[in-house]
Write a protein that binds this ligand. Structure first.
Ligand SMILES: C[S@@+](CC[C@H](N)C(=O)[O-])C[C@H]1O[C@@H](n2cnc3c(N)ncnc32)[C@H](O)[C@@H]1O
Length: 472
């Protein structure tokens, strides 16, 4: 036995119950649902917020903070993973996913918000105590204290490889996109470092809410009466809500006379409707209509011209959404649940056809914060035959002299130009129309004849549109 005098024991701290902060607990629950159940944040969050508002003292500011914490953490996950990896002594895959979620939420508060450091750390440690227990809260505390030693720029200097050594890896860490997505976007965008950095930055911004006033049913002027509403940039039917808000509470939206629709999607429908066709212009088809945003605009435009819209959608429940979007359309229309690759209609029936094909959605990363981490390059192989099949039937469905609009909300060249080029080989009688003059006033549309919109240039999703005329 040692004869050293015993040090008096520190009196144990009295146990303190963890403080339950409803905003952070809700943000954590949303992240778990996204992680565990592959849920979409934009679907998971609204019911959680509604419930919290009903049950607790949870006001609009709390809802805004919870939303920012969830969206920001998911968007910047790649960057935060690199920072957290530098602060723990084991590979991230060995850290329990719920612990990693608490750490990521903490990293976002420390590096991506103006929440003061001490508040970000203590709120995260309290959250850890509530949802993980006291033992793991100590680990969270230790890691977050390391993260708090530098700001975001300081961390990026430490964890991102130098741009000159590996530009794509550098951009991937700094702007929090998977490397293959950086490569694909850059291939499509072209140009140097400034453009791709602006694009990646724009993907990390929350997009404004844009409304469409459906022609003949509502006017942009009517929507401009809303608080913080300003005209759209390019579409005469668009109105932007610069402070977000609840579009569903707007009367014209609740009545289906207006809807929420990105301006890029509006431009696609407007350009197809404006494309020159020879002769008859009475039968329009939307071959991939669900959930019905473009169909509702096309239906209203068709009604103004005395044309009929057929809206087809393979999945019956989505066909139901299309029917809802088109309800009250001022002109004739029909909605059918049909496979656009085995259509029930006769070839050559239509004067205008929109085929807005299923795709990776790499052009709408601003809206779906988790999407970039879920997608895999192999997904392109899955979409390729379907996209070709749908464009093939669209070209068969249009009559000679009519026009097909091929659209994607992805700028990936494998989903855009490659598909169109392949189909043009199979249809020697078809040719591309210059889509650029059909988007009047929209700058920087490239060399044509197809158009690619960009978030950082046009403020829209990265929609692609090729207009193909059947000449023979
Ligand atoms: C990109 S979304 C269309 C978005 C729609 N145009 C809008 O603006 O709301 C593609 C749609 O095509 C549908 N789809 C997938 N395969 C299809 C097929 N073989 N035939 C018809 N629709 C299909 C999907 O269910 C999805 O609703």
């Amino acid at each position: 036995m040692s004869d050293q005098p015993r040090r008096p024991r520190k009196p144990a701290k009295p146990y303190r119950r963890p403080q339950k902060d409803p905003v952070r607990v809700l943000a954590f629950e949303a992240l778990r649902a996204v992680d565990e159940r592959d849920a979409y944040a934009n679907l998971v969050l609204p019911p959680l917020l509604r419930k919290a508002r009903e049950e607790k003292d949870f006001d609009a500011r709390d809802a805004a903070l919870a939303t920012e914490l969830v969206y920001g953490t998911l968007r910047r996950q790649g960057t935060y993973d690199a920072v957290i990896a530098a602060c723990v002594d084991r590979p991230l895959r060995e850290v329990d996913p719920p612990v990693l979620d608490v750490l990521s939420l903490g990293a976002h508060q420390l590096l991506g918000t103006r929440i003061p450091t001490h508040a970000a750390v203590s709120a995260s440690v309290e959250l850890a105590r509530v949802v993980l227990g006291d033992g793991r809260a100590k680990f969270v505390n230790a890691v977050l204290r390391k993260i708090a030693q530098h700001d975001l720029d300081g961390w990026l200097e430490r964890v991102a490889p130098p741009y000159d050594e590996d530009p794509e890896d550098h951009l991937s860490v700094v702007h929090s996109h998977p490397r293959w997505v950086v490569s694909a976007l850059w291939d499509s965008l072209g140009g140097g470092r400034a453009g791709i950095e602006d694009l990646l930055r724009a993907d990390n911004e929350r997009p404004e809410v844009t409304l469409v006033a459906r022609p003949g049913r509502a006017t942009a002027t009517e929507l401009l009466d809303e608080e913080a509403a300003v005209p759209g940039r390019w579409s005469p039917h668009a109105v932007r809500l610069t402070e977000g808000g609840e579009p569903g509470a707007i009367r014209a939206v609740a009545e289906g006379r207006a809807g929420v629709q990105d301006e890029g999607s509006q431009l696609v429908a407007l350009a197809l409707a404006a494309a020159p066709v020879e002769g008859r212009d009475r039968m329009w088809l939307d071959a991939c209509a669900g959930p019905g945003g473009k169909a509702a605009l096309l239906g209203a435009l068709a009604a103004e011209r005395g044309a009929v819209l057929l809206a087809a959608e393979k999945q019956p429940h989505r066909a139901g959404l299309v029917a809802k979007a088109l309800a009250g359309n001022p002109g004739p229309y029909q909605v059918v649940a049909a496979d656009g690759t085995r259509p029930p209609w006769r070839p050559g029936s239509f004067d205008r056809v929109l085929v807005d094909v299923p795709c990776t959605g790499l052009g709408a990363l601003r809206r779906r914060p988790e999407a970039r981490w879920r997608r895999r390059p192999e997904d392109l192989d899955g979409f390729a035959p379907l996209q070709r099949g749908l464009l093939r039937t669209a070209l068969e469905s249009v009559r000679v002299g009519g026009v097909v609009g091929y659209a994607t909300c992805s700028p990936h060249l494998a989903e855009t130009r490659a598909v169109v080029a392949d189909l043009l080989k199979q249809f020697p009688g078809a040719g591309l129309l210059d889509a650029r003059p059909l988007l009047p006033g929209v700058p920087d549309l490239g060399e044509g004849p197809d158009v690619q919109l960009w978030p950082h240039v046009h403020g829209t999703d990265a929609m692609y549109l090729a207009l193909v005329r059947r000449n023979g």
